[in-house]
Design a protein around this ligand. Sequence first.
Ligand code: SF4
Length: 326
Amino acid sequence: MLSNPAHMKNYPWGHERRFNAYSNYFKKHFGARVQKVSIDAGFTCPNRDGTKGTEGCTYCNNDAFNPSYCIPEKPVVQQIEEGIKFHQKRYRTATSYLAYFQAYSNTYAPLEKMKQLYEEALGYPGISGLIIGTRPDCVDVEKLDYIKELSEKCYIAVEYGIESCYNKTLRRVNRGHTVEEAWNALNATSSMGINTGAHFIFGLPGESVKEMLAEAEIISRMPLTTVKFHQLQIIKGTRMEDEFRRRPGDFHVFSWEEYLGFFINFLERLNPAIVVERFTGEAPPRLLVAANWGKKRTDQIVTLVEKSLEELDTWQGRLYIKHGSV
Ligand code: SF4
């Protein structure tokens, strides 16, 4: 357990916020605010194209997460140009941008194709690096060697959709990969000195709150630079919508109040060295079947979590216990 940092000027991550925040991490890294610009470069996914399956993860609906300027038919540079214009209206202080290859699995293509798309993005003025979203079963040594080369010149992170630390859950939601594959991909990426990210969902069917909380200890051992968490949002038109309507008792749908309490408990157990990018997901309410928390925006949620940490006088990693790595 960490000593009580109330007596310290800053927390272990070097600032006064009560969690290891992504925005501060980037300010420290780049010396300025950095904004991500999402790209749909037309990659697909082995869980949809027949390699692993055709039906995809049961909750998958990429339309819920793609900004309107992200259309794969548009060249990467056009998506970046439109994305930067969009963000300049909203975040006037951003001076530097990261191209976020977000939709589907952005390492699931021949290496030459990846090179062409990544380098097109990196050549755009103001782009300082790449965030590459992918699945743990879509990287290999050749691809990681190339990504490592890029990472020696600019900021690069490979962000893996892992979603759960339990194989029973991954099977249930038809992820088409295992927890072991996630560990292998993270270890391979991190050991090459490439920044790693991961995405997890709380509330997947068949998982208890106790099991979700226990993930804090498992995730804390993963070689992660950054992490994103989402509450499960059941999206209209997905296979999970059918499953939820048939067997609602199999799902733990968090209310906002319950999630806040759960997330604080989780954060207290999470390794303070891991940078936390998101606490929640924000699918458009019109697409939601369940877990509709109204119009709370991400920035409001961050404020509410920080207020709660303050009131409870707690912080990320307060109850973290370091175990030997796997
Ligand atoms: S891996 Fe991603 S894109 Fe592929 S089916 Fe699952 S959620 Fe959809």
